[in-house]
Design a binder for this molecule. Structure first.
Ligand code: HEM
Ligand SMILES: *[C@@H]1O[C@H](CO)[C@@H](O)[C@H](O)[C@H]1NC(C)=O
Ligand SMILES: *[C@@H]1O[C@H](CO)[C@@H](O)[C@H](O)[C@H]1NC(C)=O
Ligand SMILES: *[C@@H]1O[C@H](CO)[C@@H](O)[C@H](O)[C@H]1NC(C)=O
Ligand SMILES: *[C@@H]1O[C@H](CO)[C@@H](O)[C@H](O)[C@H]1NC(C)=O
Length: 446
């Protein structure tokens, strides 16, 4: 699945950052592409020591820096409503949307929502952290995240090309000035912690930076909604998590309720602090889901759902073997996930009055690319840590992060229902506005 409008958002973010930081370096021998001259996704090609040309083919623009719109681009730009206007319409005039929701227009507009946005995303994928030009390697090697914007050429005077300081800013300073929250503010769209942990749980199936290989690499080779956070990102891990009977996943029963097995029963590698006894290490598809009881809660819910669907399928298809029951259930779990993501999660996030719809047949007979590649910019933008509260309230008890993190007893001590209820009641923090404000202040002080 493509994750909607993130391409343009990334571009917006990076444009905000780049032009605002510092002065130009003027020197004869600077690679001219370090000035990042080519606009509108034109490609900078260096010709001589100090000569470049922008390749504007199929950008809809021409001119030295791909800034002059072609005729049809001009028409399109003139006719196309601004993203702000579209958003305003989608989040106001509920009487219109009440009509749309219950007629054929819903399908028509939903198709438009999906296809219009997917057109912003280059497909096949383009750059990655090593290649600022098109290459077979960056197309073929899925160990890389793709990149919507090419990396700054390596021989540039500064990390931003020619602007800003000669080195990257001090991370401590960045955190202090830009990211650190001084006072908690509730999310104005009224997201709760159930939403926050869903966001984290869901996105960690495709954001799995392979730090040992480098920040541009991913361990999630499926590049999308493959439920690798439930089943593991390799066949070996999947087999360790499977019961290998009736399609099911391994589990343990505590007080008659189903929970993930410990790593004694499912010997997968999990990241717990050293010295955590194995009988306290719960096993999940994702190595890090022991970190937070919120992730463990979702892991448990999906485990129960997987095994529930297996039971139903087995009664419907008594002759299916373990493998077919497992594979078919995984498909169903992925479908359920996408439906929840579109119809509840994105619905909540968007604030749209239009009722979004997941229907796999909707895009049949339309030009739609089903391939997908996760972009590095997408991962960076999805660091939604401001959603987290200052402390966690569970069933009347308050947990600091020290008490909450890696505390696997919370899951079975309170049980899934109590956790769902508590996380549904606690407001999440405000995400973006704060960061954008800080960013502006930061840029004006530096
Ligand atoms: C108490 C809660 C959380 C803790 C302690 C936590 C901690 C961390 C840490 C230590 C990292 C690795 C460093 C980094 O890439 O910045 C990380 C990465 C990340 N976090 Fe969180 N996080 C929390 C909640 C969330 C939530 C609610 C989201 C919502 C989407 C989120 C999204 C991400 C993403 C997308 C990454 C990058 C993952 C990757 O590329 O491998 N986190 N988090
Ligand atoms: C193209 O970009 C370069 C470098 O930023 C700039 O010096 C030049 O004036 C631009 N050309 C036009 C036609 O805008
Ligand atoms: C249309 O959908 C939105 C979003 O789900 C909802 O808030 C609104 O009540 C719906 N209207 C009708 C008539 O279904
Ligand atoms: C992808 O690129 C990395 C870094 O160059 C390399 O280590 C890895 O083997 C490549 N993977 C494939 C499948 O070629
Ligand atoms: C872990 O959670 C339990 C409640 O389930 C709590 O009693 C205990 O103090 C927590 N452990 C730590 C180290 O904070």
């Amino acid at each position: 699945m493509r994750f909607f409008a993130l391409g343009p958002v990334c571009v917006f973010f990076l444009l905000l950052w780049v032009p605002a930081c510092g002065e130009k370096v003027t020197s004869g021998s600077v690679n001219p592409c370090c000035y990042l001259p080519c606009q509108n996704q034109g490609v900078c090609v260096r010709y001589a020591e100090d000569k470049y040309e922008c390749d504007c083919i199929r950008t809809g623009f021409h001119g030295e820096n791909c800034t002059v719109p072609e005729f049809w681009t001009r028409v399109r730009l003139f006719l196309r409503p601004s993203p702000g206007a579209v958003h305003f319409i989608l989040t106001h005039f509920s009487w219109i949307w009440d009509i749309v929701n219950s007629t054929f227009m819903r399908d028509f507009l939903m198709r438009l929502v999906l296809t219009v946005r997917s057109n912003f995303i280059p497909s096949p994928p383009t750059y990655n952290s090593k290649y600022s030009y098109l290459s077979w390697e960056s197309y073929y090697n899925v160990s890389y995240y793709t990149r919507l914007l090419p990396p700054v050429p390596e021989d540039c005077p500064t990390p931003l090309g020619v602007r800003g300081g000669a080195g990257l800013p001090d991370p401590e300073l960045l955190v202090e000035k830009l990211f650190k929250r001084k006072t908690f503010r509730k999310d104005p769209q009224r997201c709760n912690l159930m939403f926050a942990f869903f966001a984290q749980h869901f996105t960690h199936q495709f954001f799995k930076t392979y730090n040992r290989m480098g920040p541009g690499f991913t361990k999630a080779l499926g590049h999308g909604v493959d439920a690798g956070h439930i089943y593991g990102d390799s066949l070996k891990r999947q087999l360790q998590l499977r019961l290998l009977k009736d399609g099911k996943l391994k589990y343990q029963l505590i007080n008659g309720e189903m929970y993930p097995p410990t790593t004694l029963e499912a010997p997968v590698k999990m990241n717990y602090p050293p010295n955590t006894p194995q009988n306290q290490q719960l096993a999940f598809g994702h190595e890090l889901f022991g970190l937070l009881p919120g992730l463990g809660m979702y892991g448990t819910i999906w485990l129960r759902e997987h095994n529930r669907v297996c039971d139903i399928l087995k009664t419907l298809h008594p002759h299916w073997d373990d493998e077919q029951l497992f594979q078919t259930t995984r498909f169903i779990i992925i479908g359920e996930t996408i439906r929840i993501v579109i119809e509840e999660y994105v619905q909540q996030l968007s604030g749209y009055h239009m009722k979004l719809k997941f229907d796999p047949t909707m895009l049949h007979n339309t030009d739609f690319q089903y391939g997908n590649r996760i972009a590095l910019e997408f991962d960076h933008l999805y660091h939604w840590h401001p959603l987290m509260p200052d402390a966690l309230n569970i069933d009347g008890d308050t947990f600091t992060y020290e008490q909450f993190i890696f505390n696997t007893s919370i899951l079975s001590h309170y049980g899934i229902e109590k956790l769902v209820e508590s996380f549904s009641r606690q407001p999440a923090g405000q995400m973006m506005k704060k960061l954008l404000c800080n960013l502006k202040n930061f840029i004006t002080v530096t």
